[in-house]
Design a protein around this ligand. Sequence first.
Ligand SMILES: NC(=O)c1ccc[n+]([C@@H]2O[C@H](COP(=O)([O-])OP(=O)(O)OC[C@H]3O[C@@H](n4cnc5c(N)ncnc54)[C@H](OP(=O)(O)O)[C@@H]3O)[C@@H](O)[C@H]2O)c1
Length: 258
Amino acid sequence: MSGRFGVEGTTAIVTGASSGIGEVIATRFAADGANVVICSREQRNVDAVAERIEDSGGSALAVECDVTDREAVDDLVAAAVEAFGSIDALINNAGARFPTAFDEISEAEWKTVVDVNLHGTYRCTQAAGEHLKDGGGGTVINLGLSSAAGRRGTPSLSHYGAAKAAVIDLTTTLAYEWASDGVRVNCIAPGFVATPAIEAYLGVSAADLDRDAVDRSIALPEEIADVARFLASPASSHVVGETITVDGVPRIEETPEL
Ligand SMILES: NC(=O)c1ccc[n+]([C@@H]2O[C@H](COP(=O)([O-])OP(=O)(O)OC[C@H]3O[C@@H](n4cnc5c(N)ncnc54)[C@H](OP(=O)(O)O)[C@@H]3O)[C@@H](O)[C@H]2O)c1
């Protein structure tokens, strides 16, 4: 899609793009005509996605990068700039969750989940910052977690929920700090999305979802990718520091009497 709602001609880094939401965001952006720089911990995993994008006529650079490794994150950003000259968008999508009851979460597990989801967002954003500002303005899109999921609780995911709450708070603060540099920072807060990880968590398969009788409690990754594209496009030029909830749940507690 070109024009105000598209990302044609931009360069976007998408972390954690070997599967799930990240893969679909990268594929959508590339189909629009964006250069996408995609990473995950396994080169061959992102190579496969880059190959599919290029086979469809898109432009993709696959880089092995663990977002818990500062040096690897710096190399990811350097590779993007070397390949495409600038960075317009950073989508902090890499995430990890290991369902465990709170009482049984070890210190190592807690730290790992926070390191990937929160510290990974910090590292990638700080590394890309100067390039987003240099390019005359850009966008950062973080992946949070729906507050409806928070209200219902996310059983066995207390570490993950805590890290995502911090990502949402970071979004607001950074949007304020970087607004004068022309960098818009926003967040998408999904509920459940049909990706391999969540299918395993919920014990459902995207293929089993009857999209005619649509189960609105589970989104498709494309429904998240469309919001990411909006947030990276000129159409959202006045949207700053927002967390957009995408969970199919109305924001009112009770249906008002009419
Ligand atoms: N699916 C949902 O219901 C849901 C709901 C709310 C929020 N979210 C958020 O949306 C994002 C994507 O979720 P998803 O369900 O699509 O996840 P997913 O299917 O589990 O995919 C996660 C991606 O992150 C990569 N990754 C994991 N650890 C990494 C690390 N340390 N460094 C770099 N890449 C890493 C994985 O690739 P490799 O294994 O190849 O490294 C994979 O590409 C996450 O931030 C998640 O928390 C998802």
